[in-house]
Design a protein around this ligand. Structure first.
Ligand code: F6R
Length: 233
């Protein structure tokens, strides 16, 4: 794991952009993407750059169950607003949270991932160490699956909803097994609330209790952290 310390999210976004640009120049074609507040500065850098993604593919990590892509709380909507409307890709995949048959949607998403092996995966991290919506206890070999969100995740995400009861309780998430197959992983984390998870991920035991710790087993992970997120390392 390579750790890059930055001043703040602005500098982190710039650093992540530089790394992604290098990969594009090496012909990376498929990008695994995350939502949440963490990658926003990185997406701004992408939008303001001249990099062309119109022949590239993006595959998002997750989506809330029950929300359609036009719902402004959905992750599809977030991605359209923060990236795709201004920097279009050839194809942009996000799990379908309104699928009638969720198991079939999971297998369909796995098929998409296996046909488009991910060159660069962008990750944030939850306060409880989740990656994607793979909550503590998720086996390391999972593929796309239905997740019951933990109270910690629902509380962390309620800031985006009017009422905590509006936060969906379930999501579809790419599995840890699929994330680990990405050739390169860039994980971003900012702020004190992430410090415990970052310490556990970098220095702790590799355990499903802290899903991000599995990244210690990956050959090419870059972690971009600000001072606060790195404060316990
Ligand atoms: C989002 C995702 C999550 C977030 C994590 C951190 O697609 O996969 O794992 O990366 O919950 O969220 P923020 O960035 O909002 O702190």
């Amino acid at each position: 794991m390579e750790i890059i310390r930055v001043k703040d999210a602005q500098e982190g976004g710039k650093k992540a952009f530089e790394l992604v640009k290098e990969e594009v120049e090496k012909d990376a074609k498929v990008f695994g993407l995350a939502t949440g507040s963490t990658p926003e500065t990185f997406y701004k850098e992408l939008i303001n750059s001249s990099l062309d993604f119109s022949d590239k593919i993006s595959i998002n990590l997750d989506e809330y169950i029950g929300l359609s892509g036009t719902d402004d709380q959905s992750y599809r909507y977030f991605m359209n607003e923060h990236l795709f409307n201004k920097k279009p890709f050839k194809e942009s995949y996000v799990p379908n949270g309104k699928a009638e048959d969720l198991e079939a949607e999971c297998r369909h998403y796995d098929q998409i991932i296996s046909e488009n092996p991910i060159d660069v995966q962008i990750l944030g991290i939850g306060q409880n160490g989740h990656i994607g919506f793979n909550e503590p206890g998720t086996p390391f070999d999972t593929s796309t699956h239905v997740v019951k969100l933990t109270e910690s995740t629902i509380n962390a995400n309620k800031r985006n909803f009017e009422n905590v009861n509006d936060v969906p309780t379930h999501a579809l998430s790419m599995g840890i097994g699929s994330i680990m197959k990405a050739k390169k992983i860039i994980l971003l984390a900012y702020g004190k609330a992430k410090a415990e998870a970052i310490k556990g991920m970098v220095e702790g035991e590799i355990t499903p209790d802290l899903p991000a710790s599995v990244l210690q087993n990956h050959p090419d992970v870059v972690v971009i952290v600000d001072e606060e997120a790195a404060s316990l390392c």
